[in-house]
Structure formats: C-alpha cells, structure tokens
Design a protein around this ligand. Structure first.
Ligand code: NAD
Ligand code: LMR
Length: 341
C-alpha cells in the first residue's frame, strides 16, 4: 500500500468533477433507489444529464412514475424508466452497472445519524437483498444514513448471498469533501474549482476528518484550522437546523452523489487516474470500513491509498474516532445476524 501521490490526487481533483473533461463514454445503466425523495429527485436529474448514462432507472416505494415522466422530458440521450414497489424492483435493477442508494429517512433537529439506524437498517438490508438477486455485479454507492453502519449492513447481506465484492461497495462520503472544498476555498480565497481536500474516516460528526494539513498552498491560523475542521464535521447539522424539521441536506448531497457516481462510471468506462475518497473495506486502520483516497478502475477499487502524514491534531482526531467506527460497523453486522427476513 502506498500514499496517494499528490499529483494523482490533484489530477483527479481537477478532471474528476462534473462538467470538466468528458474524455470517455459508456453505455451504462444506472438505478437511483429512493428516486422520489429529497436527494433522489435532484440526483436523478443530474444523472439524466450525465454523458456516461444511457439508461436511467428510477426506483422508489412511492411517486416514481411522476418523477420518471418529468425527468424523461429533459432533452438528453439517456432513456428513463420509473418503477414502484417490490414487484418492480427486479426490472429497476436488472442489468445495472451502478446503483446509487439515497433511500431511507433523514434526520430532524436534535437527532444523530445513528438515531436513523432502526428505520434505515431494514430499508438498506432489504435493498441489498434485491441487489444481490438482480444485479450482483453492479457497483453500489450507499448514501443512506448512518453510512458508518449501512455500508457494513449492505456488505453482510451480499456476503450471505455469496455475491459480495468489496471492490464494488462504496459509502458515499463525497459531501464531506464537497463541503471541505467550499469552506477551505472561502477561508483561503482559493479558486474552489481547483482546491481539493482529503477527508478520511467515516460519515458522522467526529468520524469525519478533513486533512487540512495536506491542503496544497493553504496557510491556516490554528483557530481557523480547528474551526474549519469542526464546520466540515458538523456541516450536516448546519443544514438540518436551517431546514428546521424539513429534512437534511438534499441538493448538495445530490451534487456530491452525482459527482461520485460519475467518477465510478468514468472509471468503468476505462478512464485512468481517477482517485476519490470513499468509505470502503480496507485494513489501513482497525476499522473494517474507512474512507480514504482510492483509485477507481473498470472493476471498482483498484488500489486503496494510505492517507499520508497527519498533524498532531489530526492524529488525535483519528485515534479518537476509531472505536466509534468499529462499534458502528459491528452494530450493522449484528443487525444482519439477528435479522429475520
Ligand atoms: P427523503 O425522505 O426525502 O427521501 C427518501 C426516499 O426514500 C423517499 O422517497 C422514500 O419513499 C424512499 N424509500 C424509503 N424506503 C425505500 C425502499 N425500501 N426502497 C426505495 N425507496 C425507499 O430523504 P432524503 O433527504 O432524500 O435522505 C435520504 C437518506 O440519505 C437519509 O437516510 C439521509 O440521512 C441520507 N443522507 C446521506 C448523506 C450522505 O452524505 N451520505 C447526505 C444527506 C442525506
Ligand atoms: C449530511 O452530512 O448532510 C447528511 O449525512 C445528512 C445529515 O443527517 O446530516
């Protein structure tokens, strides 16, 4: 295992974003699961605009026909189909190359992401059953919270079905990177299109660790370093509070989810040098799943990079988060063990 070369990260940071350089094409079928929701609708719209998608399948337990009809009128090449309910999940998933899953309930003020576990664990496990049956070879991008537990749940269900491929299961932590870029660019007066920040760990509070000490050309005061780290870790709460009971981040999450899904599609299409942070299985730390930069290829994760050198403050943050990450993964594994289908 090696540390991601800075130039590779910078290259990916620049060419890796949506709308930069389309240097490859693909004939991919993508399914958005939870497509009628707050994230699902704008994410589906963004995927309809992707040059890498030829077939866009929208699945939800409610309201999918309307969303599909609406999005299908957008004048881009991808064909759109809408599927509702368990009877139609097979048609939605069959032949998929990438499945993006923002299905499940969002937080309200005062809740942690872990408070969503009881509801979302069952939803995600049920969807993993369907994916194992209908599209076991797809790349799965999990957005549903709590990501630190839902990704291990998805993995366990696929394992039990004998179809788990750790190279193709991703917890989407791109929103943390998107926030980090935005807040760092504002603070340092950088061009946001060229700044990149590695964010490691998981996706909940202090398990989110932006590596500000590695940001090229940045010069933070100690106060700003700590304040920015905190803001990136708790950016989700900022949105939950501002929405005041109407849910959590949807538009920025759709932006981030589309960016990540498109990187996976581009790598599947043979484009080289695509590096992104994602919550994947690896043994860099004692946590079974850990977000770190990974090299994406035609068959998913090609290489997991070590996150590199940390400042003493970041080192402390990493050590403090690991027991939480381990416990939240175990909670997911236990859920699958005790689950009756
Ligand atoms: P939402 O309630 O607006 O939408 C969720 C959608 O999922 C609904 O349309 C619902 O019908 C659908 N759904 C529920 N069960 C389903 C099932 N079994 N199959 C298919 N669809 C199903 O919620 P939202 O704001 O879109 O958030 C969705 C999830 O994403 C939440 O768990 C939220 O916490 C999470 N989230 C994660 C991140 C991240 O960075 N990973 C960011 C924002 C939100
Ligand atoms: C986020 O980071 O915005 C999401 O995980 C949603 C949330 O609950 O904060």
């Amino acid at each position: 295992m090696q540390t991601a070369a800075r130039f590779t990260q910078q290259l990916a940071a620049t060419v890796g974003r949506r709308g930069f350089h389309a240097t490859s094409t693909s004939n991919a079928k993508v399914c958005v699961v939870g497509a009628a929701g707050g994230i699902g609708q704008p994410l589906s719209l963004l995927m309809k605009q992707s040059p890498y998608v030829t077939e866009l399948s929208l699945f939800d337990v409610v309201n999918t026909p309307g969303v599909a009809a609406d999005i299908s009128h957008c004048s881009t090449p991808a064909t759109v189909s809408g599927h509702t309910g368990n009877d139609e999940v097979g048609a939605a998933l069959d032949g998929c190359d990438v499945v993006v899953i923002p299905a499940g309930v969002p937080r309200k003020p005062g809740m942690t992401r872990d408070d969503l576990f009881n509801t979302n664990a069952s939803i995600v496990a049920g969807l993993a059953d369907a994916c194992a049956k209908h599209c076991p070879d797809a790349a799965f991008c999990i957005i549903s919270n709590p990501v630190n537990s839902t990704v291990p749940i998805f993995a366990e269900v696929l394992k039990n079905a004998g179809v788990y491929n750790p190279k193709k299961l991703f917890g989407v932590t791109t929103l943390d990177v998107v926030r980090a870029r935005t807040f760092v660019a504002e603070n340092q007066k950088f061009d946001v299109d060229t700044v990149d920040v590695t964010v490691i760990g998981g996706h909940a509070g202090t398990t989110i660790l932006p590596l500000l000490s590695q940001v090229e050309g940045a010069n933070f005061s100690e106060e700003d370093f700590k304040a920015l780290t905190h803001r990136i870790q708790f950016g989700g709460d900022e949105v939950v509070q501002a929405k005041d009971g109407a849910g959590s981040a949807t538009l920025s999450m759709a932006f981030a989810g589309a960016e990540f899904a498109e990187l996976v599609l581009r790598a599947q299409a043979g484009e080289e040098g695509i590096v992104a942070c994602s919550f994947v299985e690896n043994d860099i730390t004692q946590a079974p799943f850990f977000s770190t930069p990974v090299l994406l290829g035609e068959n998913g994760v090609e290489e997991v990079f070590h996150y590199g050198d940390l400042s003493p403050f970041e080192e402390e943050g990493l050590l403090a988060m690991l027991p939480d990450l381990v416990a939240q993964a175990e909670k997911g594994v236990d859920f699958v063990k005790n689950r009756s289908k």
